[in-house]
Design a protein. Structure first.
Length: 135
């Protein structure tokens, strides 16, 4: 059976003395916290004002990156489609090949492919990179 803590000789230890805190020379120096002050002031205001002060540049950058990447993606899809059309035209033009398309189908395929390519690029470019005001 265990004895109560008062009767245990090991429980009577010398108390640990906590030293007085001392000022550290590195931490005692004044530091210019301009960025921290700006952040504090931005977030101490209302959330709408803080958002307007701290985010516009990042928002513009992310929009620009997204727009450019989306435009490149549309161009890449159009180039792949045009390459597939050229391969079909090439196979259809081979004399010894067994892939044949009639002349009217070839004309329709080429004209609609060109129109789709130009139309999609123009629509995406106008929507992603508007010129002037949107009023």
């Amino acid at each position: 059976m265990d004895s109560p803590p008062e009767a245990n000789p090991q429980s009577e230890k010398i108390p640990f003395e906590i030293p007085e805190p001392s000022a550290d020379a590195v931490l005692g120096k004044p530091v210019d916290d301009g960025e921290a002050e700006k952040e504090y002031l931005a977030f101490s205001q209302s959330t709408d004002e803080a958002w307007k002060l701290s985010v516009p540049r990042m928002d513009w950058t992310l929009r620009r990156i997204f727009r450019i990447s989306l435009f490149i993606f549309v161009l890449l899809i159009n180039v792949c489609w045009s390459a597939a059309i050229i391969v079909m035209l090439w196979k259809s033009a081979k004399i010894g090949g067994n892939f044949r398309l009639s002349d009217s189908v070839l004309v329709a395929l080429v004209t609609t492919s060109i129109a789709n390519f130009l139309g999609l690029v123009v629509i995406v470019a106008r929507h992603l990179f508007p010129s002037g005001s949107s009023n």
